[in-house]
Design a protein. Structure first.
Length: 200
């Protein structure tokens, strides 16, 4: 039997937010979780998710999550676009729940008054999060390992030597060659929509 669509319960107080507790599971398992209404001043430990709404998700998948709440309501929440679906599926832990704030799940996107009211908390939600999880998109071309490896190597080189001395180092040609070899992967990373939106 098909699950009904999830129905948000209105937030009773103006100083509350919702936190999603994402159930553990394997990568291909359906997404499930619980929404909890908490005071913004006592939200506890959670992570905030940042992503680009319009980015694609995995092909041939239904972008939804089965949501429960404290009032015994249960239903499928259709996610708008594949980016958040891919992010939640990838960031879900195998063996324990994970508390996450993600706007598409934690704010009733069909309630303009709630959306407007919750926007006031965005800065604080990200500031108070234990971690900010950034989803850059699917690694369909398998470039992430190479790109981030180069980022780490550059960080180490720049941390151990002043920027103006790198070109004079005896081994700088090797570093330059390595940068050139991995430039395509690094460029692909820099071209991601999240990176372009937040940094340029």
């Amino acid at each position: 039997m098909e699950k009904p669509q999830y129905q948000y319960q209105p937030l009773q107080n103006n100083d509350t937010i919702r936190i999603l507790t994402l159930d553990p599971g394997q990568r291909g398992d359906p997404l499930t979780g619980t929404l909890e209404v908490v005071p913004i001043d006592a939200a506890g430990c959670y992570e905030a998710l940042s992503y680009v709404w319009a980015d694609p998700g995995p092909p041939n998948a239904t972008y939804d999550i089965l949501i429960r709440d404290g009032d015994n309501n249960e239903g499928l929440l259709e996610l708008r676009g594949g980016s958040i679906f891919a992010a939640l599926r990838r960031m879900r832990l195998l063996d324990q729940p994970r508390r996450i704030w993600a706007d598409q799940c934690c704010i009733n996107q069909n309630d303009l008054a709630e959306r407007s009211q919750q926007v006031r908390f965005m800065n604080r939600i990200y500031r108070d999060a234990a971690h900010i999880l950034v989803w850059l998109g699917l690694d369909t071309n398998k470039e992430a390992v190479s790109a981030f490896g180069l980022v780490h190597e550059l960080d180490e080189a720049l941390s151990s030597h002043p920027i103006n001395s790198i070109s004079r180092r005896p081994d700088s040609m090797g570093l330059e060659r390595h940068v050139t070899d991995n430039q395509k992967a690094l460029q692909a990373l820099a071209d991601r929509a999240w990176v372009s939106f937040f940094f340029f």
